[in-house]
Design a protein around this ligand. Sequence first.
Ligand code: NAG
Ligand code: NAG
Length: 296
Amino acid sequence: MSLTQKASTGFSFFFLVNLICFASPSSSATDTFIYGGCSQIKFLPGTAYEMKLNSILASVVNSAMFTTYNNFTVPGSSGGADTLYGVFQCRGDLSGTDCAQCVSRAVSRLGTLCLDACGGALQLDGCFVKYDNATFLGVEDKTVVMNKCGPSIGYDSEGLTRRDAVLSYLGTSDGAYRPFRVSGAGNVQGVAQCVGDLSPSECQDCLSDAVGKLRASCVTSIWGDMFLAKCYARYSEGGYHSQGHDHDDDDDGDDDLDRTLAILIGIIAAAALLVVFLSYFKKYLCGDDCDIKGGK
Ligand SMILES: *[C@@H]1O[C@H](CO)[C@@H](O)[C@H](O)[C@H]1NC(C)=O
Ligand SMILES: *[C@@H]1O[C@H](CO)[C@@H](O)[C@H](O)[C@H]1NC(C)=O
C-alpha cells in the first residue's frame, strides 16, 4: 500500500470522526458539560494499556447506539493491575441517536481532558462515561463529585413546597426498580438517575442520599444539582433541560465558548486518533522492525 493510499484512509477516518461528533451541532442540551475528572496516574503512550483503552472507548461509543447503559471489561495479560473497566449511562429519556451522540462527544472530550490518564470520568447533561483500571463496576459510591445551587427563591413558601414535593418523589422508593426518575410540580421539575451497574437497593440508597444532600445544600435555591459518583438528583424552576449555564448572566458568551471549545477538542481528538490509527496501521503492515518516524 502506498503512502497516499494510507493518507486517504486516514483522511476518511478523520472525516468520519468529525461527522460523528458534529452531525447536529448543539441541537440539544445533552452536551452541556457537568463535570470531568482524571486519575493522577498516567500510562505510557503506545503501550498495551493505550490499545485496551481505545478498544474500551470504541466499544462504549458503538454500544450507545443500541442501549442506554452498558459495561465493559478488558482483562489484562497478567490478570491484575492491567485489567480495564469501562461504563456509560445515558439519561433515561434519550433516544438511541441522542445517546450515541452524547456518548461519542463525552468520549472525545475525555480523550483531551484525561490525556494518557489511567482513569477518567465525564458527565455531560445527557450521559456519563467512566473508565479505570481499578474496579468500580457494581460498587456503590456516594462521594459528592459536583454540587451547585442557584440563587435563593426568597420567601416563596409555595415554591419551596413544590420543590420539596418534587424532591420527595425523586428520593422515595415505591418498591419498584426505577433507576431514572422525572418529577414535576407546577413550574418546578426534577430528574434523578443512577448508573445501571447498581443493584435496585443500592440505586435507591444512592438516590435517597443524593436527594437528602441536595435538599440540605440548596435549602432555598431556585435550582440545584447534586452529582454523586454513581447517581444524581437535580431540580429547577422552568425545567431541568435549561438549567446550569442558562441561569448565569453571561450564558450566551459561555455557550459560544463551549461550542468553540467542543469543536477544537473534537479536531484535536480526531487528529490524535488519526495518529494512533496510522501508527497502528503501519505497525500492522510492516511489523515491529518498522520505524514509526521513518515515513517511507
Ligand atoms: C493502574 O495502572 C497503573 C499503571 O500501569 C498502575 O500503576 C496502577 O497500580 C493500576 N491501578 C490498579 C488499581 O490496578
Ligand atoms: C455488565 O454487563 C454484563 C453483560 O453486558 C451484565 O451481564 C452484567 O450484569 C453487567 N455488570 C454490571 C455490574 O452491571
